[in-house]
Design a protein around this ligand. Structure first.
Ligand SMILES: *Cc1c(COP(=O)(O)O)cnc(C)c1O
Length: 366
């Protein structure tokens, strides 16, 4: 699914020297590299500012915390995502309200969002799943009409664009993750908040470091969610290659689409307003379990993102959802299968994966 060592080997000299410079500097947390990475990511996302934090999960949590979201509040989001999206809402005492996805894109369905708004709703939290932006135009209209905060979970989508504009700064604030498997991944955990709201950013900057301004003066009840210099230095090296890597992912996806589209499965459907960065290349088919076994037998890894939607997780049983409540998400959970799409795949590997999938269907027919 991924070749992290290969990516490191390609950039070894640059990364090693950046890391060694940090080690020699003695400045290990929230230093020059973090500040520069923040500026570079803000510029990359066409946003006014960015704040580095300890993880993508923290990026989401700190946005919500800075907005004062908590007990009695509802946040509308998708159940077809990584657990962190909803977990942070719950940890602040607010309640995630799950609405169903558009089965074509796997992203939150704006029409269902509007129907789920109550007097307690304070925010909409779409996820740009697999690297494809959610319908930000429709979501922004809804957020404006109902005075809701629009927060992007852009953890899988750094470099993606909607209507030509980079994700992250499309709503009030956006969260990115630099977990090693993400399109821009560090050598450990890391995250970033991007926003055009400077006072919100200022508050998040305080919150990530115990609410501390100078000395031991605490202006807010904060937290330790600082980004370290080694991560920032590595990410700054890799950021220069991100566009090239995303282009490679897109080219791989394009090849797969051509090689697989006549088979009885659904290849990823791209909304033509989106620049999709293919964090994952995800097929949808009714017999995905058989295909996954077949791929294993032929030396090909594949993964299921995500096998159970959040509204049916034990951790969320207290919310009272039942099977059948959000049918598109439930069906996606039964039918999706992600195959390798990382940048360092070769044309031969892609052809082999596609040919193996074709063979699976041919053998099944006989
Ligand atoms: C990875 C991810 C997160 C969390 O990021 P971490 O850096 O692992 O905390 C949140 N949301 C989505 C959709 C993700 O893929």
């Amino acid at each position: 699914m991924l070749d992290i060592q290969e990516q490191y080997q390609q950039l070894k000299q640059e990364i090693d020297s950046a890391v060694l410079r940090v080690l020699a500097s003695g400045q290990y947390v929230l230093g020059e590299n973090v500040s520069l990475l923040e500026q570079e990511i803000a510029t990359y996302c066409d946003a006014k500012t960015a704040v580095g934090v300890a993880s993508g999960t923290d990026a989401l949590a700190l946005i919500l915390m800075a907005l004062g979201i908590g007990k009695g509040d509802e946040v509308i989001t998708t159940p077809f995502t990584f657990v962190a999206t909803a977990e942070v809402v719950s940890h602040l005492g607010a309640e995630p309200v799950f609405v169903d996805i558009d089965p074509a894109t796997f992203n939150i369905d704006p029409e269902q969002v509007e129907a789920a708004i109550t007097p307690r709703t304070v925010a909409i939290l779409p996820v740009h799943l697999y690297g494809q932006p959610a319908d930000m135009n429709a979501l922004r209209r809804i957020a404006e009409r109902h005075h809701l905060a629009l927060i992007e979970d852009a953890a899988q989508a750094l470099g993606a664009r909607f209507d030509g504009k980079p994700v992250g700064g499309l709503g009030l604030a956006g969260a990115f993750s630099f977990y090693p498997t993400k399109n821009l991944g560090g050598a450990g955990d890391g995250g970033m908040i991007v926003t055009n709201d400077l006072s919100l950013a200022e508050k998040i900057r305080l919150l990530r470091n115990h609410g501390q301004r100078e000395g031991y003066e605490y202006h807010l009840l904060g937290w330790n969610s600082r980004l370290d210099e080694i991560q920032a230095a590595i990410l700054r090296v890799k950021l220069k290659y991100l566009d090239e890597w995303n282009r490679a992912r897109r080219a791989h996806a394009h090849s797969y689409n051509n090689l697989l589209q006549d088979l009885p499965l659904q290849v990823p459907l791209t909304d033509n307003r989106c620049y999709h960065v293919f964090h994952l290349y995800t097929l949808k088919l009714s017999n995905r379990g058989d295909l996954q076994n077949y791929l294993v037998q032929h030396g090909i890894e594949s993964r299921i993102y995500y096998p159970r939607p959040l509204h049916l997780q034990v951790a969320y049983s207290h919310l009272g959802y039942r099977e059948g409540d959000l049918p598109h998400s439930e069906r996606a959970s039964r039918e999706v299968l992600s195959i390798p799409v990382h940048p360092s795949l070769t044309g031969r590997q892609i052809a082999y994966v596609a040919a193996t999938i074709r063979k699976f269907f041919e053998e099944k027919a006989h």
